[in-house]
Ligand binder design. Structure first.
Ligand code: PLP
Length: 426
């Protein structure tokens, strides 16, 4: 048998951009050849326990037999066919399921290609909605420390400091940012926490098309877990002023926080919901925007006569088939016990890490564990240290965090938390 050629890391370094990585001084990349269950296999044979679920997405682990079978079956039928003037069972099955499992009132689905595009679509729906009503509105209200993606409109509602708004001055529309919630998920609710949001909405509501936020967990903008009452108050205030509410559950949808959707912690329904990341169980890119029928109908009653968006790969059958298999796995409800067990174990094991000098605070919710440090990490050194410990954990800034696949066992999860303790205890 011929030996497989080595992965060409020199080419990678010289010619390929990686996410948020310099081409001048690229950080080392670890060549992965296979992924199974909770393990990533490196080219040299090393197996790493995955703590990241490939950025919230691989919730059932890698190479899951049902998901792989669904992809193969669909591949033999058709991989893709245009969605304009054509429909197919994988998309219908998926949209039926999404309407059934998402918070009540959400019943019209737009399938898109990625999380950022889902956010673009949600914002455009809100703009077209107000345009069709004959009161055009061009502002969005959002939260500091939020993250909604890397495309232009998504960036414009993302925390200005984290997304370097200053560089894109002149291209990015100016939206309104309210103070991020200070009351943590497990804290006692403090009614003053909503004041800034409430004031900004009161003063600007005639111009605001929608509020957009990440429910309960602010992810890439700082891994902050906030109080459900904050979200409940946002819903009440949006109702009071007649402003649409967009919930971006791209990171946390499909069980990550212990509820199928994070909005359920506050028992609210948004007017528009964005999902992505875990929608296909981490197999391929697909996102969805789900809204109320009356909002969709209002959009389409306007001057344009339709919603002005239609990606080439809209409703990709292959992605829909895998998403269907993913939702079938979730319907078996094992995720609830799995996520509850992970949350319990994080509650037991993270406080020990909090005793380390470098650590400012630990926090957790569902299958998310966060260690906030006093100082930013040295990425090259810490990445190698984690790999040496046999785990895949990718920190950013002052945050070391894990969101493992739900199928992780107790001993594998302990390996992750022990590795964090070892690596931070120097
Ligand atoms: C990742 C993420 C996005 C963007 O999704 P992409 O698929 O990376 O474009 C948007 N919103 C939130 C909350 C996310 O976590």
């Amino acid at each position: 048998m011929q030996k497989q050629p080595d992965i060409d890391l020199a080419f990678d370094q010289q010619h390929i951009w990686h996410p948020y990585t310099s081409t001048v001084a690229p950080l080392p990349c670890y060549p992965v050849t296979e992924a199974n269950g909770v393990y990533l296999t490196l080219e040299n044979g090393t197996q790493l326990i995955d703590g990241m679920s490939s950025w919230w997405s691989a919730i059932h682990g890698y190479n899951n037999p049902q998901l792989t079978a669904a992809a193969k079956t669909q591949l033999d039928k058709m991989s893709h066919v245009m969605f304009g003037g054509i429909t197919h069972q994988p998309a219908i099955d998926l949209c039926k399921k999404l309407v059934a499992i998402t918070p009540s009132g959400l019943d019209t689905v737009f399938l898109a290609d990625s999380g950022s595009v889902a956010v673009e679509v949600a914002l455009k729906i809100a703009l077209q909605y107000w345009h069709a009503k004959g009161e055009p509105r061009a502002k969005f209200l959002t939260l500091s420390h939020g993250y909604h993606g890397d495309t232009f409109a998504a960036m414009s509602v993302t925390d200005p400091d984290n997304s370097m708004h200053s560089i894109y001055k002149g291209f990015l529309p100016q939206h309104i940012f309210a103070d991020s919630p200070q009351c943590g998920f497990w804290d006692q609710w403090d009614e003053n926490d909503i004041d800034d949001f409430s004031n900004k909405l009161a003063h600007n509501h005639q111009h605001i098309a929608a509020v957009i936020l990440e429910p309960i967990v602010q992810g890439a903008g700082g891994m902050r877990l906030y109080h459900p009452t904050y979200l409940r108050r946002v819903r009440e205030l949006c109702d009071h002023y007649g402003v649409l509410l967009i919930a971006d559950e791209i990171a946390v949808g499909f069980g990550r926080t212990g509820k199928l959707f994070a909005c359920e912690h506050a028992e609210i329904s948004p007017d528009i919901l964005c999902v992505g990341k875990a929608l296909t169980g981490g197999y391929m890119t697909l996102s969805a925007v789900i809204t109320q029928k009356n909002i969709a109908d209002t959009v389409c009653s306007g001057e344009a006569g339709c919603f002005m968006h239609g990606p080439t790969f809209m409703g990709n059958p292959l992605a829909c088939a895998v998403a269907n298999a993913n939702l079938e796995l979730l319907e078996q409800n094992k995720w609830q016990q799995q996520v509850a067990a992970i949350e319990n174990q994080l509650a037991n094991e993270l406080p020990h890490i909090a005793t380390l000098e470098k650590v400012k605070q630990v926090r957790w919710l569902g299958a998310i564990g966060i260690i906030e440090l006093h100082q930013p990490v040295d990425m090259v050194a810490i990445q190698q240290a984690f790999v040496n410990e046999g785990v895949w954990i990718r920190p950013f800034g002052r945050l070391v965090y894990i969101m493992p696949p739900y199928i992780i066992t107790a001993s594998q999860l302990s390996s992750l938390t022990q590795a964090i303790y070892q690596v931070l205890n120097i």
